[in-house]
Design a protein around this ligand. Structure first.
Ligand code: ASP
Length: 609
């Protein structure tokens, strides 16, 4: 590579470089032949430069035979070294969209560094290639300017995180990847031990226990860009391995953790996307979030709040609403959908209303009632006839305007009325284009329940994890009323995605044992699985707490994407398969034997005979 090593990169050259002799290294992004002149757009990580094989450059106006031959051979994605002189583009060919759009390089010599096979798909920013192909040929997919930009953003975000955390006195400490299998909510990935037959390491679902033990060790400010592994079924946009910014601090209260994160994100957004975030993020209690948005992950890029319809139920004549309220814990909730957004008027058809109802039903609503506000400001259609005597009060109580659509869900469980209407709100946000990807809305969700009841297992479970501190006022009633216990827990929601969860932790071994007991471990089992943690707590464990924002999601939203695969260099597909290296895959009988494994799978060819 000595001969034609690059002197500039493909994003460098400007008008100020006119006349310079340069060498570029890169890939053929596109080649066009125009009556004896060839335009070769050369691309690298930094940009694209137009290079031109032009007879005018050469004595007697003839391109040397060797260059003609090389140029004729070029195809997209050939890897080249190109030597030439920077010249201005003719006025008609100046491209203001390209940073290098005012110049071109008049080619004197081309060296093919490597040829490319015919491409499985064209490398474009808005690729239409199937995801399967993009993942199989990920190295090609990653060459697109769009992917390169996202991977750069990820790099910049991680760098800014390290910068801020180090500046605030945090140590970056690595915790092991092979650990003891300790239940943390999801299923563990296991690694069989060759040295200890029948024994397994687990890959960490998060460094949770280790970071807490680091607090016992006195490293009072820890962070790590940590890889986490969870063996979960394919659902949504999950990856079996993902990256989080893992943080733990000693001698802190909830406020310290929240303000650290606010400062951190302020720094990261300023440094990477030049965006100034508010110094403090909005806050909602879990109950407020559920009542107002029907979810604990509200997207605050648009307003549209859920309201209570109960004040009008008794005087109305709609029996289903009355029944819902007659049941203790029942509720009737309402959503006013604007008939006008900006200067655009929206007409909601019967079909659209049915689609919204179908969405509510996915979230267990038995139905969804509706009425429209007519041009005279009077409700019409749907269930309006049952409320005609209170039309004016309802409209003014809801602040509804002519053209608005009013949606109502009633249920004997208020939670269902909330979540079903919350799901309708989210769908409307997407359908009506209210989720502006350029807008960044953060909100803290506080005072979350510590436990949730698993109906299938008939068992209380930790809503976050078992190490979170129950708020003081519930300590006396932990066992008798687990459902009411609020934890010293906090979630950070970003544009409707749960970006981070964290908590102040339990540091008292006795309280920790009570929690293990409530979530179904008998003392011997808890001792076997977590004894090392409770033992560590007996040696002067400091009060501590932490949080862990997901890096993949953070970068995904910052990049205006809707899948984390778009910001991970080598993601698995939705079925946890690596398509490029075809994994998981079988291993030979020798390897299995060494690991003392027998595969009990009739269709597999991995059996040890
Ligand atoms: N370990 C937790 C998680 O991965 C985060 C935390 O509590 O700090 O969700």
């Amino acid at each position: 590579m000595e001969e034609m090593r690059r002197t500039v990169n493909c994003g460098d050259l400007r008008k100020a470089d006119l006349g310079k002799k340069v060498i570029l290294n890169g890939w053929v992004n596109r080649k066009r032949d125009h009556g004896g002149i060839s335009f070769i757009n050369l691309r690298d990580r930094y940009g694209i430069t137009q290079t031109v094989v032009d007879p005018e450059v050469f004595p007697q106006g003839t391109i040397p035979a060797e260059l003609v031959q090389v140029t004729a051979e070029l195809r997209n994605e050939f890897c080249l070294a190109v030597e030439g002189k920077v010249r201005p583009r003719p006025d008609t060919m100046v491209n203001p969209e390209m940073p290098t759009g005012e110049i071109e390089v008049a080619v004197e010599k081309i060296l093919i560094l490597n040829r490319s096979k015919e491409l499985p798909f064209q490398i474009e920013d808005e690729t239409s290639a199937r995801e399967e192909l993009r993942l199989k040929y990920r190295y090609l997919d990653l060459r697109s300017a769009a992917m390169q930009k996202r991977i750069k953003l990820r790099n910049d975000v991680v760098f800014a995180i390290r910068e801020y955390m180090t500046d605030k006195g945090f140590y970056e400490i690595e915790t092991p990847t092979f650990i003891r299998s300790t239940p943390e909510g999801a299923r563990d990935y296991l690694v069989p031990s060759r040295l200890y037959p029948g024994k397994f390491y687990a890959l960490p679902q998060s460094p949770q226990i280790y970071k807490q033990i680091l607090m016992v060790s006195g490293f009072d400010k820890y962070f790590q860009i940590a890889r986490c592994y969870r063996d979960e079924d394919a659902r949504g946009d999950r990856q079996p391995e993902f990256t989080q910014l893992d943080i733990e601090m000693s001698f802190v209260s909830r406020e310290d953790v929240l303000s650290l994160i606010e400062g951190l994100f302020g720094h990261v957004f300023r440094k990477t996307v030049n965006c100034e975030l508010p110094p403090k993020f909005k806050r909602l209690s879990y109950e407020e979030a559920m009542e107002t948005y029907g979810t604990d992950k509200p997207d605050l890029r648009f307003d549209m709040q859920l309201k209570d319809f109960s004040p009008w139920v008794a005087a109305g004549e709609f029996q289903a609403f009355k029944d819902a309220l007659a049941t203790p814990g029942g509720g009737v909730k309402v959503l006013v959908v604007p008939g006008k957004i900006g200067d655009k008027t929206i007409e909601y058809s019967r079909k659209q209303i049915e689609e919204l109802e179908a969405q509510a039903k996915i979230y267990k609503a038995r139905g969804m009632a509706w009425m429209k506000v007519g041009q005279t400001g009077v409700p019409e259609g749907g269930v309006s006839k049952f409320f005609s005597s209170q039309a004016a009060v309802i409209i003014s109580g809801l602040g509804a305007k002519p053209g608005d659509l009013i949606l109502i869900v009633a249920d004997s469980k208020r939670r269902i009325a909330n979540t079903a209407l919350g799901a309708v709100r989210s769908k409307l946000g997407r359908d009506l284009g209210l989720c502006d990807p350029a807008k960044f809305e953060f909100v803290w969700i506080l005072d979350l329940p510590l436990f949730e009841f698993n109906e299938e297992k008939n068992q209380w479970e930790a809503a976050h994890h078992m190490f979170s501190y129950p708020q003081e006022q519930y300590h006396a009633t932990l066992e008798t009323d687990p459902g009411a216990v609020k934890g010293d827990l906090y979630d950070l929601v970003f544009n409707g995605f749960e970006l981070a969860s964290g908590s102040i932790r339990i540091h008292d071994p006795e309280l920790q044992k009570r929690i293990f007991n409530i979530v179904g471990y008998d003392p011997a089992e808890a001792e076997a699985k977590f004894g090392f943690l409770t033992e560590a707590f007996k040696y002067g464990a400091p009060p501590h707490g932490g949080i862990a924002p997901g890096i993949d999601r953070l970068v995904m939203i910052m990049a205006g994407q809707t899948s984390i695969k778009e910001v991970i260099a080598f993601p698995k597909n939705s079925f946890a398969e690596g398509l490029m290296d075809d994994c998981p895959n079988t291993v030979g009988p020798e390897q299995l034997k060494e690991l003392h494994l027998i595969i009990d799978e009739p269709s597999g060819n991995n059996q040890v005979k």
